[in-house]
Design a protein. Structure first.
Length: 160
């Protein structure tokens, strides 16, 4: 069974986001070993300098990298990524599993994004949309899309 993790910066602050992620985690139990790994978010002043932002990205990036399972396929959520349909994401997850990989790690950065180091070690760069979403909502949306991908691959009724 494939190990799927979401490694993300920061904690969910509202109960409804946590409840939504927990619901998808429960649904995913039949398809994969699923986990959400949170790393600490750096604190920045209200108007950070470019160097403060870069230091933050580097520190958060190192925390993320330390949590990526060995030999995992890495999918980073970033603005530079390519958008995919749910069906295409499902095919990619299926291909990863069929290739013999045992782990997939989806990465969601903090409010300033991801370090270049994290992006450069990614096998896939994925963008949900050209629109901007709060990180908490992006996490829920990613959980839902992972669940949808497994439903598509198993010919479930969820995806229409």
């Amino acid at each position: 069974m494939l190990n799927v993790s979401i490694i993300c910066v920061g904690k969910l602050k509202e109960k409804f986001w946590t409840d939504a992620c927990n619901e998808y985690a429960k649904r995913l139990k039949g398809f994969c070993h699923f986990s959400i790994i949170e790393v600490d978010e750096e604190k920045l002043p209200d108007t950070p300098s470019p160097s403060q932002i870069q230091i933050t990205l580097d520190k958060e990036g190192q925390r993320i990298i330390s949590k990526i399972p060995k030999n995992a396929k890495v999918i980073s959520m970033c603005i530079e990524g390519r958008q995919r349909s749910s069906e295409k994401l499902a095919r990619e997850l299926s291909d990863i599993a069929l290739s013999g990989a045992s782990s997939v790690a989806f990465i969601i950065g903090g409010s300033w994004g991801l370090s270049d180091e994290v992006k450069n070690l990614s096998d896939i760069r994925l963008s949900m949309s050209e629109m901007t979403f709060p990180h908490q909502l992006a996490r829920v949306m990613l959980c839902e899309q992972i669940y949808r991908a497994f439903q598509i691959n198993s010919h479930g009724k969820y995806h229409k």
